[in-house]
Ligand binder design. Sequence first.
Ligand SMILES: [Zn+2]
Length: 625
Amino acid sequence: MKFNVRPSKCIIFSLVAIVLNCFLWPGITDAQIRQPKTSFTVSMPDPGSQQYHVHLIYSQGQKALNDFHMCAWTPGFYELIDFSSAVTGFNAKDEKGNNLPWKKTDSNTWQVANPKRRPLIIDYDVKAIVPFVGNIYLDEHYGYIIPGGLLMYVKDALRHPVTLEIKPYAKWPKYVATGLKKVPKKKNIFYAADFDELYDSPLLMGNLEALPSFTVNGIPHQFAGYNLGDFDRRQFIADLQKITKSAVAFFGNIPFRHYTFLATGMSHGGFGGVEHLNSTSLMLGNKGLMAPDRKATFYEFLAHEYFHLYNAKRIRPVELGPFDYSKENKTDLLWISEGFTDYYEYLIVRGAGLIDDQQVLAGYQEHIGNYENTPGHLYQTLSESSRSIWSVRGAPTTRDKEELSKTISVYDKGCALAMLLDLKIRHETQNLRSLDDVMRLLYHDYYQVKKRGFTGPEFWITCKHLAGVPLDELISYSTTLKPVDYPKYFAYAGLAIDTNTHHLDGNNLGITAAVKDSSLLIKAIAWNSPAFKAGLQQNDRLISVGHKKAALELFASALKDYKTNDTLSITVSRANKTIELKLKLTSWDTRFFTINPMPHPDQLQMQIYNGWLRHSEHLPKKKNR
Ligand SMILES: [Zn+2]
């Protein structure tokens, strides 16, 4: 998953709602359908009520007491979400229409007594009021479903087939966008081999717009969206096709029969996404999506979500599937799933020819700076960060500011470690091997052959096998707080990285801010900066700086009247409260990690640089292991 906030400067907005025809996605054959234990029908007769109705038939394996559970989380999103609180009107009958007694045995479980052990018919409603990729939503215009937020499961049926019929609101087109397979000759009846597939296949319906579909290696790709805003569709799809081709070329194999991007346009300026088995859910700020200052970041974000179909969904830590939907599924290795995907998003878009070397290096510089300039790098290892990423949505954090400052991001250090590992393997093998080969080998050995995830030792054995040398230092970067020797690894590609400490005067506040919803939002606070010491926080909304209205261009002018050791007044909005803070403009030290070419690189350094940054004429030769 990935969430991002970027400035939105374009105010052009236009809603395009095109009635869709049915798309001719490959379905499944009758022979492929195994008899489902569980069949759902979801209807939405009054979408203005923001409520789905679920009709569930559980036809095999009934017991005298049957527990029906709502999920505590859904795949791709590492948060516990209280889906069960949105359930109302639970009702249970047997196939003869006799009402059956039931009771809640815990917050997520409805227990139905079924003394005659007949097939069960369950009905319930679910409120859908949260417009978010990790939850369900419904209004008069569109409906978005993550099945884990709507459909109950029985533990005994989790590994068995399931069908899902969707009855869209009568005034909408009948088309439902999803990665699920269609049951042949049936309108909007879908099939999943088990609940892991069902829960990893969101659905979007309503007044959707379908962008032109395209194929990659013969596999159809569709982009369906609601309220997408104003941008050049033709250019976007041409670029998206290049991005997907660049990712697929990496593995040369597409492990499904069709892929669907499900996009919901939002009025705010950021974007976020959650990866799924053969689809991705996107939430897009629909103003200026393709503006020059946003396009590269938007494309990197799309590459990130798409690359997850390999890394996280198929190349994965052993703990990430089959899933337990009642609690967190923790792993020490989430830095591989998320950090490596962050690493490859730049290289995929570079391989598509849509960004240049400098943009790739700037991305890596930002990740390294984010990690090294947070105090958390002195306290938390990558493994610990991976395990502790889970949180409870909507609950007040139990960690105070000091505890939070002792954490790191698996995205930032994971990305940095992927880069070091890639450069190390290239250096040790004369650029004949790379991290790409590691990913391909993990895909082959664990997804395709063993059909399971890998353990930490198995991951490092694969890396060492391809590098041909011990990798103790890199392993220690994942499990210890050992300072990272960036210059050594960057030198392998003929690059120098500035790790020196730079002394800044107090006029540099240490705030990274972006325009969001017509105001200025703090994106990051540099460690030890005047802003950090004064208690400013990420996501504070800046109201005024030095008693002048906060705006990006006013920062410099507001500060020019101040000297080091002066005190500056800043007003922010935090959790709907206005807070005034006094910043002491003391000088401070930081590191920039600027990356520049070394003079006179040797031949191997040039080969590594060119191969690494996807200069096609220098791509390393692929060899069988
Ligand atoms: Zn991600």
